[in-house]
Design a protein around this ligand. Structure first.
Ligand code: ZN
Length: 217
């Protein structure tokens, strides 16, 4: 039997990147919510059509529909391979639903893996992002600078834009919402002795992967 994990963590902590790397390396299925939604939509199923209407109108997919889609998807894959869930469960109601769904399939999570970084680090990682106004190339003022200051590597343009929601105040408001949702999730897995935590602040992608491998395998 494979291993079953869910990766949780705030934006910019690298959870999706790590889920991708670890799942490839250990032959687990990487099940990201975004991909699950896209697959459901492209399958044209009734559930997929419901999701499409909601996403197209700019709303978040509600818990009950998300749970149904996840259950439907788990019924279609080879569970013996094991998996890493990425982006699910996102609310405490989804946590309870996942417990029921896995019980029906006769499997249990091996661990919920919290990949965490400090709030300051999140703000630093996100607020430094900017992009070329002409060609859309993405940059970061610390981690991914233009080769010549003020000139786009790709198209030579001198105009750059910063997204409004990348401003520190806006990031902090979004984070408050995130923390209030994740707290009961962390408590739940902690009480079940299923919580593993990695502090990814100030670490490279490779260093975080190494930490995860030691914890998980
Ligand atoms: Zn450009």
């Amino acid at each position: 039997m494979g291993k079953y994990y869910t990766f949780i963590g705030p934006i910019a902590a690298g959870k999706g990147t790590q889920a991708e790397i670890i799942s490839k390396k250990y032959g687990l299925l990487h099940l990201s919510t975004g991909q699950i939604f896209r697959d459901a939509i492209s399958s044209g199923s009734e559930l997929g059509q419901k999701v499409k209407v909601i996403i197209d109108s700019g709303f978040l997919v509600p818990d009950n529909l998300t749970n149904e889609i996840v259950k439907d998807m788990l019924g279609k894959i080879d569970l013996n391979k094991g998996f890493i869930l990425d982006g699910y469960p996102r609310t405490i109601n989804q946590v309870y639903a996942l417990e029921d769904i896995l019980f029906e399939f006769g499997i249990k999570l091996d661990a919920a893996v919290m990949i965490n970084i400090t709030e300051d680090e999140i703000v630093r990682r996100i607020s430094g992002r900017f992009s070329c106004a002409k060609c859309g190339q993405n940059y970061h003022k610390e981690f991914n600078k233009t080769k010549t200051e003020g000139v786009c590597d790709n198209c030579g343009s001198h105009d750059f834009i910063r997204r409004n929601d990348d401003k520190p105040e806006i990031i902090k408001t979004r984070l408050q919402h995130y923390y209030s949702e994740v707290e009961p999730i962390v408590d739940f897995y902690n009480k079940k002795k299923k919580l593993l935590e990695v502090d990814a602040s100030h670490l490279s992608i490779e260093e975080v992967t190494e930490k995860l491998e030691k914890l998980l395998f």
